[in-house]
Write a protein that binds this ligand. Sequence first.
Ligand SMILES: *Cc1c(COP(=O)(O)O)cnc(C)c1O
Length: 382
Amino acid sequence: MDDARAWVEVSLDAVRANYDTVQRAVGSRTAMIPMVKANGYGLGLDTMVRVMEPLGPWGFGVATADEGAAVRRLGVTRPVLVVTPLTAQTVALAAESRLTATISSLDALDAWSGEAVRVGAAPLDFHVEVDTGMGRSGFDWREVAEWGPALASRLTQAVRWTGCYTHFHSADSPDEGPTRLQWERFRQTLVQLAVRTEDVLVHACNSAAALRWPEFAADAVRPGIFLYGGNPAPRATGVPEPRAVATVRARLGLVRDRLAGSTVGYGATYVAPRQERWGTVTIGYGDGFPRALGGRGTALIRGRRVPLIGRISMDLITVALPDVPGAAAGDVVTLIGQDGDERVTVDEVAGLADTIGYEILTGLGVRLPRIIRDERDGGRGA
Ligand SMILES: *Cc1c(COP(=O)(O)O)cnc(C)c1O
């Protein structure tokens, strides 16, 4: 860490604590399907699978066949559910990796059965997605009378129907109406399908829904963002604050006193009104720190908040150091995380950038080494 110009610290204890918070909310009999897609929400797929595997999840959720194959390469034998439709180009890899496909169409079921025959050995599993309003995938809940029987008639010995789920579009909204409506549509679909719950894992909840409506938890929940320290519903009440998982730090590369009238950054959007001390921080939007925070965000140095001035460059950010006594080149700068009593959350950064914590985390650049902090090992990196 000491030799990096900028880095991300990842707290494994925080992941464990957040997992525990979700598990407690939904009760110990509800299975967990932690979502580890998009490189474990940007923090490291391997790290996240390794830290959660011993916690006894039902399986893991991924978005692509490649991600599922990567989970398998880690030695995971639990189910690995791919939640997006498999493309013709990736279905073979999914089958060879013995992933659990999500089926949204009769053609997809036929393709999965075909792959299952080709791969041989044991049957391949799939979950059926019901579209209750999300609109991007799944069978339409209103048409269950058609696709339900058609699906049943196309089942072969080569595949096993092991799950059925839906996805909420507004679980983060202060308005509970849309989620309650989607749940009701899903419930009705299950009744019409006459799905036997003993055979099929029923699930619907992402992080926000699991924490806000544990009564919709059914057999399993699919939390993602909360595990990684993002608040899944910053505008709603009643969601506990997750423990921060990611800390983004860089260094003061340079500290200089600048004359009144000095300008900073592309477009020279900030002009020193008087003589000021500025620091140059060794991180930029090329590392995934949002450019939108230029002139709006703050960083922490020596436990104090300092403003980001001027536009953010690809590799550098400039800060004003009006009241950080002793600030010197080499000081650690915290862009996201805690320093002393001050804290910048991923959701604060997301709010200033007019986006969501998910985008901030998954956007953290490959240029930033991920430093794993396992507090159980006395804080040493693994
Ligand atoms: C990403 C995803 C989740 C997890 O959502 P969070 O809001 O991160 O908890 C759950 N289900 C599906 C289908 C997803 O794509």
